[in-house]
Design a protein around this ligand. Structure first.
Ligand SMILES: NC(=O)c1ccc[n+]([C@@H]2O[C@H](COP(=O)([O-])OP(=O)(O)OC[C@H]3O[C@@H](n4cnc5c(N)ncnc54)[C@H](O)[C@@H]3O)[C@@H](O)[C@H]2O)c1
Length: 332
Protein backbone atom coordinates (compact mmCIF):
# COMPACT_ATOMS: atom_id res chain seq x y z
CA UNK A 1 0.00 0.00 0.00
CA UNK A 2 2.92 2.33 0.74
CA UNK A 3 4.19 3.75 -2.54
CA UNK A 4 6.75 6.46 -1.87
CA UNK A 5 8.01 8.83 0.79
CA UNK A 6 6.50 12.30 0.95
CA UNK A 7 8.15 15.52 1.93
CA UNK A 8 5.00 16.93 3.54
CA UNK A 9 3.49 15.52 6.73
CA UNK A 10 0.54 13.15 6.32
CA UNK A 11 -3.08 14.25 6.41
CA UNK A 12 -5.32 12.17 8.70
CA UNK A 13 -8.89 11.91 7.42
CA UNK A 14 -11.63 10.55 9.69
CA UNK A 15 -14.71 9.17 7.91
CA UNK A 16 -12.39 8.41 4.99
CA UNK A 17 -14.61 5.59 3.68
CA UNK A 18 -17.43 8.09 3.12
CA UNK A 19 -18.31 10.29 0.16
CA UNK A 20 -16.38 13.46 1.01
CA UNK A 21 -13.59 11.51 2.71
CA UNK A 22 -12.90 9.35 -0.35
CA UNK A 23 -13.04 12.30 -2.75
CA UNK A 24 -10.58 14.28 -0.62
CA UNK A 25 -8.32 11.24 -0.22
CA UNK A 26 -8.24 10.96 -4.02
CA UNK A 27 -7.40 14.65 -4.44
CA UNK A 28 -4.56 14.51 -1.89
CA UNK A 29 -3.10 11.24 -3.20
CA UNK A 30 -3.23 12.62 -6.74
CA UNK A 31 -1.16 15.56 -5.47
CA UNK A 32 1.39 13.06 -4.09
CA UNK A 33 0.46 13.48 -0.43
CA UNK A 34 0.32 10.88 2.33
CA UNK A 35 -3.19 10.17 3.66
CA UNK A 36 -4.09 8.20 6.77
CA UNK A 37 -7.60 7.00 5.96
CA UNK A 38 -9.50 6.32 9.19
CA UNK A 39 -13.06 4.98 9.38
CA UNK A 40 -14.98 2.47 11.45
CA UNK A 41 -15.82 0.56 8.30
CA UNK A 42 -13.24 -0.69 5.81
CA UNK A 43 -12.61 1.34 2.69
CA UNK A 44 -14.69 -0.41 0.01
CA UNK A 45 -12.67 -2.67 -2.31
CA UNK A 46 -13.76 -0.67 -5.39
CA UNK A 47 -12.43 2.50 -3.75
CA UNK A 48 -9.11 0.92 -2.76
CA UNK A 49 -8.67 -0.32 -6.32
CA UNK A 50 -8.96 3.26 -7.58
CA UNK A 51 -6.90 4.89 -4.82
CA UNK A 52 -3.94 2.54 -4.59
CA UNK A 53 -2.46 3.33 -8.04
CA UNK A 54 -2.41 7.09 -7.29
CA UNK A 55 1.01 8.68 -6.71
CA UNK A 56 0.67 9.47 -2.98
CA UNK A 57 0.94 7.11 -0.03
CA UNK A 58 -2.26 5.62 1.42
CA UNK A 59 -2.26 4.29 4.99
CA UNK A 60 -5.52 2.69 6.17
CA UNK A 61 -6.54 2.66 9.84
CA UNK A 62 -9.84 1.30 11.16
CA UNK A 63 -11.63 2.40 14.32
CA UNK A 64 -14.29 4.54 15.95
CA UNK A 65 -13.78 8.30 16.30
CA UNK A 66 -15.20 8.16 19.82
CA UNK A 67 -12.43 5.78 20.97
CA UNK A 68 -9.23 7.55 22.06
CA UNK A 69 -7.16 4.37 21.57
CA UNK A 70 -8.39 3.93 17.99
CA UNK A 71 -7.52 7.55 17.24
CA UNK A 72 -4.08 7.26 18.84
CA UNK A 73 -3.30 4.26 16.63
CA UNK A 74 -4.41 6.22 13.56
CA UNK A 75 -2.34 9.30 14.44
CA UNK A 76 0.80 7.16 14.61
CA UNK A 77 -0.04 4.81 11.70
CA UNK A 78 2.11 6.55 9.08
CA UNK A 79 5.25 6.71 11.21
CA UNK A 80 5.20 10.53 10.93
CA UNK A 81 2.69 12.65 12.84
CA UNK A 82 -0.05 14.21 10.67
CA UNK A 83 0.49 17.84 9.71
CA UNK A 84 -3.28 18.36 9.70
CA UNK A 85 -6.50 16.47 10.39
CA UNK A 86 -9.70 16.48 8.33
CA UNK A 87 -12.65 15.24 10.41
CA UNK A 88 -15.51 14.02 8.18
CA UNK A 89 -16.90 11.08 10.22
CA UNK A 90 -20.59 11.77 10.71
CA UNK A 91 -24.11 10.40 10.82
CA UNK A 92 -26.36 12.24 8.35
CA UNK A 93 -29.67 11.25 9.84
CA UNK A 94 -33.07 11.29 8.24
CA UNK A 95 -36.31 11.54 10.23
CA UNK A 96 -36.64 7.80 10.87
CA UNK A 97 -33.19 7.61 12.49
CA UNK A 98 -33.91 10.78 14.48
CA UNK A 99 -36.93 9.00 15.98
CA UNK A 100 -35.30 5.64 16.66
CA UNK A 101 -31.64 6.42 17.42
CA UNK A 102 -31.02 10.00 18.51
CA UNK A 103 -28.27 8.82 20.88
CA UNK A 104 -26.01 7.60 18.05
CA UNK A 105 -26.47 10.82 16.07
CA UNK A 106 -25.56 13.00 19.05
CA UNK A 107 -22.78 10.67 20.15
CA UNK A 108 -20.97 10.44 16.79
CA UNK A 109 -21.58 14.04 15.65
CA UNK A 110 -20.81 15.69 19.00
CA UNK A 111 -18.70 13.35 21.14
CA UNK A 112 -16.87 12.06 18.06
CA UNK A 113 -15.92 15.64 17.16
CA UNK A 114 -14.80 16.28 20.74
CA UNK A 115 -12.70 13.10 20.79
CA UNK A 116 -11.02 14.07 17.52
CA UNK A 117 -10.34 17.58 18.85
CA UNK A 118 -8.77 16.11 22.02
CA UNK A 119 -6.64 13.69 19.96
CA UNK A 120 -5.41 16.56 17.77
CA UNK A 121 -4.28 18.37 20.90
CA UNK A 122 -2.83 15.25 22.54
CA UNK A 123 -0.64 14.59 19.50
CA UNK A 124 0.45 18.20 19.06
CA UNK A 125 -1.13 18.56 15.59
CA UNK A 126 -1.53 22.23 14.72
CA UNK A 127 -4.33 22.26 12.15
CA UNK A 128 -7.88 20.84 12.23
CA UNK A 129 -10.48 21.17 9.46
CA UNK A 130 -13.93 19.79 10.31
CA UNK A 131 -16.62 20.21 7.66
CA UNK A 132 -19.90 21.60 8.87
CA UNK A 133 -23.02 21.83 6.71
CA UNK A 134 -25.48 24.05 4.87
CA UNK A 135 -27.99 22.27 7.17
CA UNK A 136 -26.82 24.58 9.99
CA UNK A 137 -28.70 27.41 8.23
CA UNK A 138 -31.93 25.39 8.20
CA UNK A 139 -34.88 26.46 6.09
CA UNK A 140 -34.45 30.03 4.89
CA UNK A 141 -37.37 32.45 4.87
CA UNK A 142 -38.79 33.12 1.37
CA UNK A 143 -36.76 35.73 -0.44
CA UNK A 144 -33.50 35.33 1.49
CA UNK A 145 -31.00 36.10 -1.31
CA UNK A 146 -27.87 34.39 -0.05
CA UNK A 147 -26.52 32.29 2.82
CA UNK A 148 -23.79 34.25 4.55
CA UNK A 149 -21.59 32.99 7.39
CA UNK A 150 -22.04 36.20 9.38
CA UNK A 151 -25.33 37.77 8.30
CA UNK A 152 -27.54 34.66 8.01
CA UNK A 153 -28.76 33.26 11.32
CA UNK A 154 -28.33 29.52 11.95
CA UNK A 155 -31.76 27.90 12.29
CA UNK A 156 -31.19 24.14 11.91
CA UNK A 157 -34.32 21.97 12.13
CA UNK A 158 -33.18 18.34 12.21
CA UNK A 159 -30.82 16.60 14.63
CA UNK A 160 -28.18 16.42 11.90
CA UNK A 161 -28.07 20.22 11.43
CA UNK A 162 -28.43 20.82 15.16
CA UNK A 163 -25.49 18.56 16.02
CA UNK A 164 -23.38 19.92 13.15
CA UNK A 165 -23.93 23.48 14.41
CA UNK A 166 -23.22 22.48 18.01
CA UNK A 167 -20.05 20.58 17.05
CA UNK A 168 -18.83 23.47 14.90
CA UNK A 169 -19.39 25.98 17.71
CA UNK A 170 -17.88 23.64 20.32
CA UNK A 171 -14.70 23.22 18.26
CA UNK A 172 -14.49 26.98 17.58
CA UNK A 173 -14.63 27.62 21.31
CA UNK A 174 -12.07 24.96 22.20
CA UNK A 175 -9.77 26.03 19.37
CA UNK A 176 -9.84 29.60 20.68
CA UNK A 177 -9.12 28.41 24.23
CA UNK A 178 -6.20 26.24 23.14
CA UNK A 179 -4.81 28.39 20.34
CA UNK A 180 -5.40 25.66 17.72
CA UNK A 181 -5.79 26.57 14.06
CA UNK A 182 -9.34 25.44 13.17
CA UNK A 183 -11.66 25.82 10.17
CA UNK A 184 -15.27 24.69 9.82
CA UNK A 185 -16.27 24.79 6.14
CA UNK A 186 -20.06 24.57 5.77
CA UNK A 187 -20.54 22.38 2.71
CA UNK A 188 -23.43 22.85 0.31
CA UNK A 189 -25.36 19.83 -0.98
CA UNK A 190 -22.58 17.68 -2.44
CA UNK A 191 -22.84 15.49 -5.57
CA UNK A 192 -20.44 13.61 -7.82
CA UNK A 193 -17.92 10.75 -7.85
CA UNK A 194 -17.36 8.59 -4.76
CA UNK A 195 -20.90 8.94 -3.42
CA UNK A 196 -22.17 5.60 -2.14
CA UNK A 197 -24.59 4.31 0.49
CA UNK A 198 -22.36 4.29 3.58
CA UNK A 199 -25.26 3.19 5.78
CA UNK A 200 -25.07 6.39 7.86
CA UNK A 201 -26.31 8.93 5.27
CA UNK A 202 -30.01 8.32 5.01
CA UNK A 203 -30.74 9.97 1.65
CA UNK A 204 -28.36 9.87 -1.28
CA UNK A 205 -28.16 13.12 -3.22
CA UNK A 206 -30.96 13.62 -5.78
CA UNK A 207 -28.24 14.27 -8.39
CA UNK A 208 -26.73 10.81 -7.79
CA UNK A 209 -30.17 9.19 -7.96
CA UNK A 210 -30.76 10.96 -11.29
CA UNK A 211 -27.32 9.90 -12.53
CA UNK A 212 -28.11 6.25 -11.79
CA UNK A 213 -31.37 6.50 -13.73
CA UNK A 214 -29.60 8.13 -16.68
CA UNK A 215 -26.95 5.40 -16.69
CA UNK A 216 -29.64 2.71 -16.78
CA UNK A 217 -31.54 4.49 -19.54
CA UNK A 218 -34.52 5.16 -17.27
CA UNK A 219 -36.59 8.33 -17.28
CA UNK A 220 -36.32 10.53 -14.18
CA UNK A 221 -39.62 11.50 -12.58
CA UNK A 222 -39.29 14.33 -10.10
CA UNK A 223 -41.87 16.20 -8.04
CA UNK A 224 -39.35 18.85 -6.97
CA UNK A 225 -38.25 21.80 -9.09
CA UNK A 226 -37.08 24.29 -6.44
CA UNK A 227 -33.54 25.59 -6.93
CA UNK A 228 -30.91 24.83 -4.32
CA UNK A 229 -27.19 25.21 -3.68
CA UNK A 230 -25.43 22.09 -5.03
CA UNK A 231 -21.64 21.71 -5.20
CA UNK A 232 -19.56 19.21 -7.17
CA UNK A 233 -17.47 17.00 -4.90
CA UNK A 234 -14.22 17.77 -6.73
CA UNK A 235 -14.74 21.44 -5.86
CA UNK A 236 -15.37 20.40 -2.26
CA UNK A 237 -12.20 18.27 -2.20
CA UNK A 238 -10.06 21.07 -3.63
CA UNK A 239 -11.57 23.51 -1.11
CA UNK A 240 -10.81 21.17 1.79
CA UNK A 241 -7.27 20.59 0.50
CA UNK A 242 -6.77 24.37 0.29
CA UNK A 243 -8.01 24.79 3.85
CA UNK A 244 -5.79 22.00 5.16
CA UNK A 245 -2.79 23.82 3.68
CA UNK A 246 -3.81 27.32 4.83
CA UNK A 247 -3.63 27.44 8.64
CA UNK A 248 -4.26 31.19 8.60
CA UNK A 249 -7.82 30.48 7.35
CA UNK A 250 -9.74 30.07 10.60
CA UNK A 251 -13.39 30.03 11.63
CA UNK A 252 -16.55 29.30 9.66
CA UNK A 253 -16.51 29.33 5.85
CA UNK A 254 -19.14 28.53 3.23
CA UNK A 255 -17.86 25.93 0.76
CA UNK A 256 -20.37 25.67 -2.05
CA UNK A 257 -20.78 26.45 -5.73
CA UNK A 258 -22.19 29.88 -4.95
CA UNK A 259 -25.07 29.27 -7.38
CA UNK A 260 -28.38 27.44 -7.34
CA UNK A 261 -29.39 24.55 -9.58
CA UNK A 262 -32.40 22.26 -9.97
CA UNK A 263 -32.83 18.53 -10.50
CA UNK A 264 -34.18 19.35 -13.98
CA UNK A 265 -31.11 21.41 -14.92
CA UNK A 266 -28.88 18.55 -13.77
CA UNK A 267 -30.91 16.12 -15.87
CA UNK A 268 -30.49 18.42 -18.89
CA UNK A 269 -26.71 18.30 -18.31
CA UNK A 270 -26.86 14.50 -18.00
CA UNK A 271 -28.81 14.23 -21.27
CA UNK A 272 -25.71 15.54 -23.08
CA UNK A 273 -23.75 12.54 -21.69
CA UNK A 274 -26.49 9.94 -22.11
CA UNK A 275 -28.26 10.34 -25.47
CA UNK A 276 -31.93 9.44 -25.22
CA UNK A 277 -32.10 10.14 -21.46
CA UNK A 278 -35.12 12.19 -20.46
CA UNK A 279 -36.83 13.53 -17.37
CA UNK A 280 -40.13 15.14 -16.51
CA UNK A 281 -42.12 16.51 -13.61
CA UNK A 282 -44.57 14.01 -12.15
CA UNK A 283 -48.28 14.31 -12.91
CA UNK A 284 -50.67 14.75 -9.97
CA UNK A 285 -50.79 11.48 -7.99
CA UNK A 286 -47.75 10.02 -9.78
CA UNK A 287 -44.81 8.83 -7.61
CA UNK A 288 -41.37 10.39 -8.21
CA UNK A 289 -38.37 8.05 -8.66
CA UNK A 290 -35.87 10.58 -7.24
CA UNK A 291 -36.14 11.52 -3.56
CA UNK A 292 -35.31 15.07 -2.50
CA UNK A 293 -34.45 15.31 1.19
CA UNK A 294 -34.42 19.09 1.80
CA UNK A 295 -37.79 20.15 0.44
CA UNK A 296 -37.37 23.89 0.40
CA UNK A 297 -35.64 26.51 -1.77
CA UNK A 298 -32.03 26.90 -0.73
CA UNK A 299 -30.38 30.22 -1.51
CA UNK A 300 -26.85 30.08 -2.91
CA UNK A 301 -23.96 30.34 -0.50
CA UNK A 302 -21.81 33.44 -0.37
CA UNK A 303 -18.38 31.87 -0.90
CA UNK A 304 -16.37 35.13 -0.95
CA UNK A 305 -14.86 34.53 2.49
CA UNK A 306 -13.26 31.21 1.54
CA UNK A 307 -12.05 32.56 -1.81
CA UNK A 308 -10.39 35.49 -0.06
CA UNK A 309 -8.78 33.32 2.62
CA UNK A 310 -7.35 30.68 0.25
CA UNK A 311 -6.45 30.31 -3.41
CA UNK A 312 -9.59 28.18 -3.95
CA UNK A 313 -12.48 28.79 -6.34
CA UNK A 314 -15.11 26.32 -7.65
CA UNK A 315 -14.39 25.15 -11.21
CA UNK A 316 -17.28 22.91 -12.23
CA UNK A 317 -20.46 24.04 -14.00
CA UNK A 318 -23.27 21.45 -14.17
CA UNK A 319 -22.21 20.58 -17.73
CA UNK A 320 -18.55 20.15 -16.74
CA UNK A 321 -19.57 18.12 -13.70
CA UNK A 322 -21.80 15.79 -15.74
CA UNK A 323 -18.98 15.16 -18.24
CA UNK A 324 -16.40 14.61 -15.46
CA UNK A 325 -18.75 12.31 -13.47
CA UNK A 326 -19.43 10.18 -16.56
CA UNK A 327 -15.70 9.96 -17.27
CA UNK A 328 -15.03 8.92 -13.68
CA UNK A 329 -17.71 6.22 -13.84
CA UNK A 330 -15.95 4.77 -16.88
CA UNK A 331 -12.81 4.52 -14.72
CA UNK A 332 -11.11 7.50 -16.36
N1 LIG B 1 -22.73 14.80 1.53
C1 LIG B 1 -23.20 16.04 1.64
O1 LIG B 1 -24.02 16.50 0.82
C2 LIG B 1 -22.74 16.93 2.76
C3 LIG B 1 -23.31 18.21 2.86
C4 LIG B 1 -22.91 19.05 3.87
C5 LIG B 1 -21.94 18.65 4.77
N2 LIG B 1 -21.40 17.40 4.67
C6 LIG B 1 -20.39 17.02 5.67
O2 LIG B 1 -19.32 16.34 5.02
C7 LIG B 1 -18.75 15.41 5.94
C8 LIG B 1 -18.73 14.02 5.32
O3 LIG B 1 -20.05 13.60 5.01
P1 LIG B 1 -20.31 12.50 3.90
O4 LIG B 1 -21.42 12.99 3.04
O5 LIG B 1 -19.04 12.09 3.30
O6 LIG B 1 -20.90 11.30 4.79
P2 LIG B 1 -20.81 9.72 4.52
O7 LIG B 1 -21.96 9.09 5.20
O8 LIG B 1 -20.65 9.44 3.07
O9 LIG B 1 -19.46 9.31 5.25
C9 LIG B 1 -19.34 9.37 6.65
C10 LIG B 1 -18.33 8.33 7.08
O10 LIG B 1 -18.15 8.46 8.49
C11 LIG B 1 -17.96 7.15 9.00
N3 LIG B 1 -18.30 7.12 10.43
C12 LIG B 1 -19.53 7.32 10.98
N4 LIG B 1 -19.45 7.18 12.30
C13 LIG B 1 -18.15 6.89 12.59
C14 LIG B 1 -17.47 6.62 13.79
N5 LIG B 1 -18.10 6.61 14.97
N6 LIG B 1 -16.14 6.38 13.73
C15 LIG B 1 -15.48 6.35 12.53
N7 LIG B 1 -16.10 6.57 11.36
C16 LIG B 1 -17.42 6.84 11.39
C17 LIG B 1 -18.88 6.27 8.17
O11 LIG B 1 -18.50 4.90 8.22
C18 LIG B 1 -18.76 6.89 6.79
O12 LIG B 1 -17.79 6.22 6.01
C19 LIG B 1 -19.56 15.51 7.22
O13 LIG B 1 -18.95 16.43 8.09
C20 LIG B 1 -20.88 16.06 6.73
O14 LIG B 1 -21.59 16.72 7.76
C21 LIG B 1 -21.78 16.53 3.67
Amino acid sequence: MIRCGMSQNPILITGAAGFVGLATTEALLTAGRTVIAFDRQPLPAWALARLQPLPGRLVVAQGDVREAGDLDAAFTAAGTMPGAVLHTAVITAGEARERTDPASIVSVNMMGALAVFEAVRRHGVKRLVAPSSIATYGQSPEGEPVLDEVATPARPQGLYGITKLAAEQMMLRLAALHGLSFAAPRLGGVYGPWEWATGVRDTLSPFMQAYEKAEKGQEVLTDWSAPAEHVYVRDVASGLAALLDTPSAQGVFNLGSGVQSTVGEWCDALAKQFPGFSWRMTSPGEAPNVTVHARFTRPPMNIARLKAATSWAPRFSLAAAAADYAEWQKGG
